[in-house]
Design a protein around this ligand. Structure first.
Ligand code: FAD
Length: 430
């Protein structure tokens, strides 16, 4: 019996991975549908909002000529927080002020809608308010999806369902998720007048800043983020799920405490909170990724565990965009050869291996384990802040020499050997 297909490719999820795949395929003239459970693409999607411009430019060339992004990032700050104290590295990079812009900020409901619209304009069909519940199988091959009573058949299916991998499990590609491989991300959006944002953060025109934070999280691995948009601020905290459970701390309580830090209070002064959201983030890294392709199917973005957490880099959006694009290209190849089996979709793995997606995830494969060390999140931020206090505090007494004071400070706190061990582990992992 031959199958009557409704589409060449069905994509589950109109997030970044899904819309990127759909746009790639629609531009190639393929018949493609995106199934999205939200009221519209991006309705429920959550991100801090910092995205790399060159990756987006590959998918939508000259994207900056449209009203899709908020600001381009020229300043990066990394702040170590301890009780009442803060120490910041402030990096001003005017080199990043030219298109395609190194980093930009986006607001997901607006950005995802724009990207899905691009796919629609290229010929993709978007079915929103629709949940893909299960697959249709024939001879051990996925040939479409079920949604309630409805069935939609396609030669290939791309799973881009995000962090909750219900379909990836049903496709027999992913195992049941464990909290050890996830973080909880909480995000708030604050309104603040454009002029105040630009004055407070020393921004010219559409320049923006990103500020990441380490410490003041009850020792729970993770960190905070703060990004400027045109007339809003994105602020949030990402915390390791396993450690929250072990320490019996509610994520929301840790977030409320984090917000009380004087440094954070100054950033958010007079700003009005207008939105709160929370979402899971896969953090297992390379070692815990599912199988990425099978008979009639491929997985992209968060659903495939493609999030890089290497301390300085915490990113998922560029991985979602690029893996979606590559899944689209792989699907095009399989359609050309009329081979929809795992033999035909295997090309996806090769494309991923040749790109930054698998190369970066592999390079930093030890990072997730390294970043479980609680000392990084409580002891060291405190140690450095107290050292700075000691060096800068004027007591009216004669000054002490800087380097011996620093060594004594670390020895007194009994942390020098642990620091050396952690430095060695860091060298191997990040
Ligand atoms: C608080 C927070 C801050 C973050 N900050 C950043 C950041 O600053 N920079 C960065 O690069 N990354 C960041 N990330 C990670 C980033 O948001 C994700 O990596 C990215 O959104 C993944 O995109 P995706 O398309 O794979 O999944 P998603 O964006 O989650 O999209 C999945 C889509 O699938 C739909 N869907 C799911 N199941 C079904 C179904 N059965 N049927 C139909 N539709 C379905 C959903 O509604 C959704 O639209 C952050 C994450 C969080 C939670």
């Amino acid at each position: 019996m031959t199958v009557e297909y409704d589409f060449d490719v069905i994509i589950v999820g109109a997030g970044l991975a899904g819309s990127s795949a759909a746009l790639t395929l629609a531009k190639e003239g393929k018949e493609v549908a995106i199934i999205e459970r939200g009221q519209y693409p991006g309705a429920k999607n959550v991100s801090g909002g910092a995205l790399y411009g060159p990756v987006l430019n590959k998918i939508v060339p000259n994207y900056w000529e449209e009203d899709a992004i908020e600001r381009y990032l020229t300043t990066k700050k990394i702040t170590l927080l301890s009780e009442k104290r803060a120490m910041t590295i402030d990096i001003d990079l005017q080199d990043f002020a030219e298109p395609p812009y190194n980093g930009v900020t986006v607001i997901r409901p607006k950005f995802d809608r724009w990207l899905a619209q691009k796919a629609e304009e290229a010929g993709a069909f978007i079915l929103d308010n629709t949940v893909a519940e299960d697959f249709i199988w024939k001879d051990n091959q996925i040939i479409g999806i079920e949604s309630g009573e409805d069935e939609l058949k396609a030669k290939l299916t791309i799973i881009a369902e995000g962090a909750v991998t219900l379909l990836a499990e049903k496709a027999k590609l992913a195992k049941k998720p464990s909290p050890s491989h996830y973080a909880v991300g909480m995000k708030e959006t604050y309104e603040l007048k454009k002029e105040i944002i630009e004055e407070r953060f020393h921004l010219n025109g559409n320049e923006g800043i990103s500020n990441e934070f380490l410490g003041y999280t009850h020792g729970i691995p993770g960190g905070g983020f703060f990004y400027t948009n045109k007339e809003t601020l994105s602020f949030g905290l990402i915390l390791n799920m396993k450690k929250l459970i072990q320490k019996k701390i509610r994520a929301i309580d840790a977030f409320e405490d984090f917000k009380k830090h004087p440094y954070i209070q100054k950033l958010l002064k007079d700003a009005k909170m207008v939105e709160y959201s929370a979402h899971a983030i896969p953090e297992g890294g390379y070692k815990h990724m599912p199988k990425l392709y099978g008979n009639g199917v491929m997985i992209a973005g968060d659903a495939a565990g493609m999030v890089l957490n290497a301390g300085l880099y915490i990113e998922g959006m560029n991985f979602a965009l690029e893996s979606g694009r590559l899944a689209g290209l792989a699907a095009k190849e399989a359609l050309t050869t009329n081979d929809y089996s795992a033999e035909g979709t295997k090309i996806y793995l090769k494309l991923l291996r040749d790109s930054f997606v698998l190369q970066d995830l592999k390079r930093f494969k030890r990072a997730a384990k390294f970043l479980e060390r609680e000392r990084i999140f409580n002891v060291y931020p405190e140690l450095l802040n107290s050292l700075m206090y000691q060096l800068l505090h004027n007591t009216g007494e004669p000054r002490k020499r800087i380097v011996p004071t620093a060594i004594k400070h670390f020895l007194k706190k009994g942390k020098l050997f642990k620091l050396m061990g952690d430095a060695f582990a860091a060298l191997r992992s990040i």
